[in-house]
Design a protein. Structure first.
Length: 208
């Protein structure tokens, strides 16, 4: 029997965060060690930290917020592929990989090598990849990177093009050691009404 595998980054004070953004923190507001009847915590973090999804509102003032997103995007069959992304992630990276009918695509680039630090550089998704994947049927694109655009991008061309083509974005996955193939995926966002992004617990189970 195949097991559920956790493909999420652990959340703690050392989880890398976008430079200048809000890091993860947890504290007890009520503590049994200090005489309270229960432990009650408070968490604080950026909505774009660790393994998370982007709502279109992150890069489009009129875009959908987290609560408006279709849950079906984040639960169901997903295809895991490994690509060579030494410079960027374009159509060429998917040569020889059959993507027809793939609705949820998880791409292992292996380019975030040290998960204890925020990377200095990541390969960007080429905007042309968006219509190519959309034509195959892709609605969710997940990557093992903190963004689909260059880290210093202000225009966010890949975010915008993917979203314009109906593809939703899942970032910060941990895909090392996962063999390519078909999986069941669950990566649900929190029910954040005002959300521009949301942490997710992403898990997969090999099919068959
Ligand atoms: N696009 C990135 C996040 C991002 O761009 C960002 C996150 C926190 C603080 C600043 C950011 N971008 C600044 O230019 C993402 O989707 O996670
Ligand atoms: Zn994000
Ligand atoms: Zn993003």
């Amino acid at each position: 029997m195949n097991q559920w595998l956790d493909i999420s980054q652990r959340l703690n004070e050392n989880t890398p965060y976008w430079p200048g953004d809000t890091q993860y923190s947890y504290r007890l507001n009520s503590s049994m060690a200090e005489g309270s009847s229960v432990n009650v915590g408070e968490i604080r973090m950026s909505t774009h930290l660790g393994t998370h999804i982007d709502a279109p509102y992150h890069f489009d003032e009129n875009g959908k917020k987290i609560i408006e997103l279709d849950l079906d995007l984040y639960i169901g069959t997903a295809t895991v592929v490994k690509v060579d992304a030494a410079e960027s992630i374009g159509i060429k990276a998917f040569e020889g990989i059959e993507l027809t009918g793939v609705r949820r695509l998880l791409v292992a680039t292996g380019q975030w090598k040290d998960l204890s630090r925020f990377p200095e550089w990541i390969p960007p998704v080429e905007p042309d990849l968006a219509p190519f994947l959309a034509n195959k049927g892709v609605r969710l694109l997940g990557l093992d990177l903190p963004s689909v655009d260059c880290l210093d991008s202000k225009e966010l061309p890949a975010h915008n093009k993917l979203s314009g083509c109906g593809i939703h974005i899942l970032e910060g996955l941990v895909l090392d050691g996962l063999e390519p193939g078909l999986y069941d995926l669950a990566a649900l966002p929190l029910a954040l009404e005002a959300g521009d992004g949301s942490p997710v617990r992403a898990v997969v189970k090999k099919k068959g």
